[in-house]
Design a protein around this ligand. Structure first.
Ligand SMILES: Cc1cc2nc3c(=O)[nH]c(=O)nc-3n(C[C@H](O)[C@H](O)[C@H](O)COP(=O)(O)OP(=O)(O)OC[C@H]3O[C@@H](n4cnc5c(N)ncnc54)[C@H](O)[C@@H]3O)c2cc1C
Length: 135
């Protein structure tokens, strides 16, 4: 995203290809969610530890609804990213999977293989994440 912003700020014509929610694993199903959930456990642990050092704290209730809401506020940032990008001058957003189809040429398809368009580019930044490989 920061490479894209830089390119757009320089006045370059850019394309962004993303089949899923904007923000990738970290924002939508990784770091943010796990940290929000883990933080509550840390607070409970701290309270338990406090008892051992003479500070008695009683946990009355865990408000899962509020915890869920806090998490979704963060996840929904992807909508703000999407709407922000839709207003950027010089940017074409393709909502599909990109694959190289020629020299400096990319074709975008949806999950059913339907062609969503082809474009050419001088430079490509590949940031499709990774999967662990078990040899
Ligand atoms: C539960 C969990 C907790 C984590 N906690 C932490 C943490 O605390 N700290 C930390 O540093 N890391 C953490 N990570 C790891 C972190 O989320 C990833 O390292 C990071 O998101 C990788 O970023 P990325 O941009 O390389 O890939 P991703 O975030 O996976 O983004 C890749 C994007 O490429 C898109 N894409 C894939 N194929 C194509 C294609 N053909 N065409 C177009 N788009 C495509 C995907 O839809 C996706 O949006 C955690 C991960 C998980 C699962």
């Amino acid at each position: 995203m920061s490479v894209l912003s830089m390119g757009l700020n320089l006045g370059l014509k850019c394309a962004l290809v993303e089949p899923d929610k904007f923000g990738g694993t970290c924002l939508n199903r990784g770091c943010i969610q796990s940290k929000i959930l883990v933080y509550h456990i840390d607070v409970i642990r701290e309270a338990e530890h406090a008892r051992k050092i003479g500070v008695k704290v009683k946990i009355e209730e865990i408000d899962w609804e509020l915890i869920g809401k806090r998490m979704w506020v963060r996840i929904n940032m992807n909508k703000r990213i999407e709407s922000g990008l839709s207003k950027r001058k010089g940017l074409t957003v393709y909502r599909g999977f990109g694959e190289f189809s020629g020299e400096r040429e990319m074709t975008v398809k949806d999950k059913d293989g339907k062609d969503l368009g082809t474009f050419k580019g001088e430079k490509f930044v590949i940031a499709v994440g990774g999967r662990s490989f078990i040899p």
